[in-house]
Design a protein around this ligand. Structure first.
Ligand code: PA5
Length: 445
């Protein structure tokens, strides 16, 4: 079995002794717990401790939900939602949910916004359908999640009756604390625990990500095995010259601090990877954007966005670099046909695989963007399956931990997320927010 590989030859960064030393020291901090936020390092050794992950129990629960439900709604936000969606969409046939003979439940999402239209339309779709709920919240108090869960729980109970509904509602939350834990214990839901030492955005290889992924019909053992192999390959004992996570962290920090590249664009050429980039944006944005520092993580789906953002990337402000995820081997084969009339002039492509055209677009774009002053990092993934996605997930997680340590911030907290919540609660007159409420209303007069 191959591995994901990374090519820095177009990044324009030299691996100096200083860069290597910083990345290696930052990686050591993750294994010896000497860095900032060391209470939240549980994810770093998790894949190789597969015995700590209740894989069989997760699969059993997934089978039960698959048997009882045509639709499973995953209710959660941020780290309690994006990892599962990223993996499921990367591995799924996007048209599967339209097929009558599909093998597994449709997976839908809620609790990741507070749109009345979204929730209304979701509830309308679920009317008279056999649906179950996986409610995920580490704190158990997140407004978006709690709001969607209350609506869907009520609907599920009305449609199935309370006793049956209880068997298709699963809660993934803290072992003891929080409203979700209290509700799950009172109602008798099946529950899984989010370990204390694993933060939301690093939780995809816990039940948070694994239960929805298993429900969608994917092999979670293979996913964890891929992550475990990447854990070995990126351990601090692996020399810098072979350690792709330390190299990635070193290069992106050098681009940021030495070359003024403030924005990293995660690029894919496979629409299935759109949500891998969404997950990555949260991982890096929430981990590094602190103390008025941090690379801004952005993303583009190519070639789609070459027809919208391509101009900016080619000729806009030179503050960006690109990290491209390139999939070597597509899962399906499609040859471009010959056409006798050749009205579109595309017969020169006849007999070629569509992927070959896509790959030449990728290569042509790489050269054009590098010529235009956009450094390029290229991650190549042999194919889209559970094993390689597992590798990719752990690679980005460990790369993020190392990178945050190189930057000198605490990569495992997110204090800035509270500011909007405080204002929202004050504006909604939440009990306990009386002083804030008065102050904010004065300010808005
Ligand atoms: O990474 C994080 O910690 C956040 O994105 C959280 O996962 C997100 O805010 C949801 O929090 P919770 O799981 O407590 O509902």
């Amino acid at each position: 079995m191959g591995d994901i590989k990374i090519d820095f030859s177009h990044a324009g960064v030299k691996f100096t002794d200083e860069i290597k030393r910083k990345a290696e020291a930052a990686n050591n901090l993750l294994s010896d717990g000497g860095g900032k936020g060391s209470d939240f390092l549980g994810w770093a050794q998790l894949p190789l401790r597969i015995q700590d992950i209740p894989v069989d129990e997760i699969n059993e629960t997934a089978h039960l939900l698959q048997k009882e439900c045509d639709v499973v709604v995953v209710v959660g936000i941020g780290g309690s939602y994006l990892g599962a969606r990223a993996v499921i969409e990367a591995l799924s046939d996007p048209f599967d949910m339209l097929k009558k003979d599909r093998q597994h439940p449709i997976i839908l999402y809620a609790g990741h916004n507070m749109s009345e239209d979204y929730l209304f339309e979701l509830q309308s779709f679920l009317r008279n359908r056999k649906f179950g709920i996986i409610c995920i919240s580490k704190s158990g108090t997140t407004t978006e999640t709690a709001l969607a869960f209350r609506l869907l729980k009520k609907q599920c109970e009305e449609q199935r009756g309370k006793a049956e509904a209880k068997d298709v509602i699963v809660a993934i939350t803290d072992a003891k604390r929080g409203a979700a834990r209290a509700a799950a214990d009172k109602e008798g839901y099946k529950t899984f625990v989010i370990p204390d030492n694993v933060g939301g955005r690093f939780s995809v290889l816990t039940p948070v990500g694994l239960l929805p992924i298993a429900c969608a019909g994917f092999d979670i053992k293979a996913l964890v095995n891929g992550a475990a192999d990447m854990e070995k390959a990126t351990a601090p004992s692996v020399p810098f010259a072979e350690n792709i996570a330390a190299q990635y962290a070193a290069v992106r920090n050098a681009l940021y601090t030495e070359k003024g590249k403030k924005i990293e664009i995660m690029v894919n050429y496979q629409p299935k990877l759109h949500f891998i980039a969404e997950w990555w944006k949260q991982l890096y944005g929430e981990s590094e954007g602190k103390e008025h520092k941090g690379i801004f993580p952005a993303s583009c789906d190519f070639t789609t966005d070459l027809h919208s953002m391509g101009q900016w990337i080619q000729e806009g402000e030179r503050s960006i670099f690109e990290t491209v995820i390139s999939v070597e081997q597509p899962a399906k084969k499609l040859l471009f046909p010959n056409d006798d009339e050749n009205l579109d002039g595309l017969n020169f492509l006849a007999g070629k695989r569509v992927d070959e055209v896509n790959k030449m677009a990728e290569l042509g774009t790489l050269l054009a963007h590098v010529d235009g002053g956009v450094p390029n990092i290229r991650i190549s993934v042999p194919e889209l399956n559970e094993y390689y996605i597992g590798q990719l997930i752990y690679f980005f997680e460990i790369g993020c931990g190392i990178s945050g340590n190189v930057l000198g911030v605490n990569p495992f907290n997110q204090p800035g997320v509270e500011a909007y919540k405080k204002n929202m609660f004050a504006l909604l007159d939440k009990p306990g927010y009386e002083a804030e409420s008065k102050a904010i209303k004065e300010r808005l007069k």
